[in-house]
Design a protein around this ligand. Structure first.
Ligand code: AMP
Length: 119
């Protein structure tokens, strides 16, 4: 099944296409990872699929293997960032959960103790 068209107003599609600058830390055939503009932890990287889907659930429905690719890329980023003590992987899914950019993305958070911090 072909990937859906890229909406003109998607900032993550623009980063993937190289039309918007970003601090890219990892890229492969399926994913691109870049530093979050407004970091919530010492290391805060977003891993996005090259295909445009609104959220992780939609990505899983249409491209399940790409969800595994996001998690693999996220763990590679965590290793490269030296997050040996652990890290958090988060998919905010829907506006009610705090999702603000409607292109599926995995947050990789680490660099300080995250124990007990679920929000
Ligand atoms: P979410 O709230 O889960 O949708 O996460 C969206 C994330 O994208 C937020 O943490 C923003 O800080 C981040 N963000 C928005 N615009 C950019 C950008 N141009 N480059 C990097 N990160 C961005």
């Amino acid at each position: 099944m072909p990937a859906p068209a890229r909406p003109d107003d998607c900032i993550f599609c623009k980063i993937i296409e190289g039309d918007l600058p970003a601090d890219i830390v990892h890229a492969d055939e399926i994913t691109v990872a870049f530093r979050d503009l407004n970091p919530q932890a010492p290391t805060h990287v977003l891993v996005v699929p090259r295909s445009h889907y609104a959220n992780a659930a939609e990505l899983a429905r249409h491209e399940p293997t790409s969800v595994a690719a996001l998690v693999s890329a996220g763990s590679a980023v965590a290793a490269a960032e030296g997050l040996d003590d652990g890290y958090r992987l988060v998919f905010n899914t829907g506006a009610g959960a705090g999702q603000t950019v409607f292109h599926a993305h995995l947050h990789v958070l680490g660099g300080r103790s995250l124990q007990g911090h679920m929000a």
